[in-house]
Each structure stands twice: as structure tokens, then as C-alpha cells.
Ligand binder design. Sequence first.
Ligand SMILES: Cc1cc2nc3c(=O)[nH]c(=O)nc-3n(C[C@H](O)[C@H](O)[C@H](O)COP(=O)(O)OP(=O)(O)OC[C@H]3O[C@@H](n4cnc5c(N)ncnc54)[C@H](O)[C@@H]3O)c2cc1C
Length: 408
Amino acid sequence: MAEKRDITVIGGGVTGLATAWALLRDGHNVTLTERHRDVGQEASFANGGQLSYRYVRPLADAGVPQDAISWLFRSNSPVSLRLRADPHQWRWMLAFFRACNAATNHKNSNILLDLALRSQAGLSEWRADGLKDFLWRRPGKLVVYRSKKNFLKARGGVTDPERERVLSPSECADVEPAFASLSKQIAGGIFSPEDEVADCYRFCESLLDSMSRHSLFRRIHGNASLSTGEGGQCLMRIDGRIHDTDLVVLAAGISSRQLVRPLGFDLPLYGLKGYSLTHQPRIDTMPDVSVTDYDNRVVYARLGDTLRIAAMVDIGTRNMRPDPRRIASLRSLAAAALPEAGPYDAAVPWAGMRPATPDGVPVIARTRWHNLLLNVGQGALGFTLSVGSALKVCDLVAGARPAVHDKV
Ligand SMILES: Cc1cc2nc3c(=O)[nH]c(=O)nc-3n(C[C@H](O)[C@H](O)[C@H](O)COP(=O)(O)OP(=O)(O)OC[C@H]3O[C@@H](n4cnc5c(N)ncnc54)[C@H](O)[C@@H]3O)c2cc1C
């Protein structure tokens, strides 16, 4: 075990909570600071619920720039773009388009797959050690492709046919009968039987519950800030008061960029707004496996007796509230794909900001401040990658060489 240290984690979303729990399990004294009274109130609240360990391709891919042009003119578009006079937005988008090539996507998919599989193994261990129920299941995940081009591309990317089964439209209907009416509209699907689903907010609660019973854990409700200290250290404050700690782990989601600004560096993070609907349809109308309708970029997951539907990427909006037009689009996409599982008018809307890097790879790194580590930028896969990212932070604390990013 590494030398025991006093470590403070900033951010009580799924990334920060998983990090705090992993560090506690390693024997450190851990303080978690969160600005909301409750944990999991931002991006981790009502996300898609998919623990998508096998399908981890970053959004930046060859062909996406062409698709993006058609998306801009489509109602119900998976992506909406509002250009701003904001150099950070332009820099981020430029870096995103640079990452849109097959070689970069392949390299980054492999990095994410390693992290995701480590997450899956880690979560299994944590569950076995007695985490409170968070509606976890392993029903597998089916990605259905409407476009033949996208299906053939995905089929070509399958490296482990046992764990990613290529299915015809009728086989997709056998795997998930709730979507059978779609089979005439799809080219095929890929089924990953080992993928999981769970409720991210309940997972946050369950981690907090386990930590709260631990003698080495302390939780502080307050707003954290960082500034330059002496001797290559950064100084941490909570609600303006200096907070003494050996090491700070920054896991504050999209706000992490603002937090490091006083230190004089920038993080390549941009908020990609997304939406979800949650409702309780009749149990026999709900899909059992989790489903991604790839061309519409809509995901469906049954969480206990509720159905969670999540989708869409809005770039350039700062408003955190659900946009009624996008919510109406999501209701109509869901009603067309899964008509029996309505009524969708009653579904509760939600919006959150994915803390995204342009190439989709999170920043889990040391910094030039000896006492500051980063665990940010998990983007569209933050729930899936939370445990693996946390374990990587433990490696860094223990002095291992980082595999994801070196110093920032
Ligand atoms: C619509 C949608 C669907 C998604 N679906 C999936 C999915 O199916 N599977 C998946 O794996 N991922 C999914 N994601 C992505 C996932 O939800 C995010 O990547 C993840 O929640 C990010 O977690 P986080 O802890 O990094 O950030 P957050 O959850 O945003 O947590 C950051 C925390 O830091 C706190 N904080 C910020 N600043 C300060 C400060 N100064 N002081 C103290 N506290 C501070 C905030 O209050 C917040 O609680 C989805 C996201 C969206 C929006």
C-alpha cells in the first residue's frame, strides 16, 4: 500500500465520489468537498444509465464532420450547434475536428476500452464488498444501426466477436422484442452481452453511504477554489478559508476549467449539453436490454421500474435547463421507436453538461503543482469510466507512471 496521506477530492459527482472511495479503500484519509448539499446533482444526476464497457468509441471519428453538416439541417437532430464569439469554443472544435480521423479514433478507443474494462472489474469488486443497491443489472447492450454504412463500419470494428455479437435485424428483435417494430428500419445491430446498466445518482448515494461509515472519511459542504501557493504547491480554499491537505484531486466536472484558471493553465474541457426523460411505463412494454439507437444517438435503459431515455449533444449553450424544443424532439423520437412504452408526456425531463475533451480521452494526470492531480473530462462516458478513472488516480498517488496523460 502507498504511504497514507491526507487527500481532498473536489467534486461530489460520480467521478469525485468514486475517486474518494478508491482512495479510502487504499487507506488514505479522504475529505470530499461538494458545493451542493447533496451529491450527484449535476452531470451525474439523470444520465443514460448505461455502463457501456464495450462500446467506447469517442464522438470524434472519421465521417463525423460530414454527418454534422446533415445534422445541422435535421429536425430531431442529435447535435445542435450554436457558434459563439468564444475562442475556447473555436479551439475546442478545431481540436475535435482534428481528432476526427480513423487512426486517432482507433488509438483513443483502445485507451478508453482499457479504462472501461478496468472500471467493470473494479465495480464488480466494490459491489461484492457490499455497496448499497443502485439498480445495477447486467442485461447486455444492443446498438442498432439504421444506416447500412454505419452498421458496416461498426461491424468492421468488432475485435472480439464473442463479446460483441453482430446481429441481423430479426436477431436484434429476438434479443430485444420491445424494439421488434424497428426491425424493418434497421440494417443490423451489435450486442454486447456483458454490458451493464445502473442508476448513476443512486450509485453516488451508495458510495457516499459507504464512505460515511468509514472513520477516515470527512465531507465538507462548500465551494472550493484554488490559487498558486509556495514551493510549487497550489493552495486550496473552501468558502474562502484555507484548507490544509497533502494532496488535492480535482474532479469537479465541467467547472474544473474555471477552478484551475487562477493557476494559469487551461483545460481542454467543453460542456456538451444532453437531455434525458424518465418515466414509469407498463413493465411489459419496457426493453430489458439497454439499447442505443445509433443514428438518432438515443439510449434506452430500464432502471428498476423506470425507463431512462437519454440523447442529444447541444454545443454552445450555457443554459442548464432542459430546452422544451429538444425535449419535445426526444419525446417524439422515443414515441416513434418504442410506441408501447408511453405515454411520454408524463416523462420527467432533465438536462446535464458532459465535461468533454475534444478527443474523448479524460485527463487523469499529475500537474506541475506537486499537490494537485486531475481526474476530469470523462465526457459522454463518465459513469462507465468512473471506477477505472478512480483506480488510475490511486496509481498516480502510489507513484505509478500514468498511462492516460502525463503531466499537464
Ligand atoms: C444526457 C446525458 C446522458 C449521459 N449518459 C451516460 C451514460 O449512459 N453512461 C455514461 O457512462 N455516462 C453518461 N453520461 C456522462 C456522465 O453523466 C458524465 O460524464 C458524468 O456524470 C461526469 O461526472 P463528474 O463527476 O465528472 O461531473 P459532475 O457530475 O458534474 O460532478 C462535478 C461535481 O463537482 C461539483 N463542483 C463543481 N465546482 C465545485 C467547487 N468549486 N467546489 C465544490 N464542488 C464543486 C459540482 O457541484 C458537481 O457535483 C451522460 C451525460 C449526459 C448529460
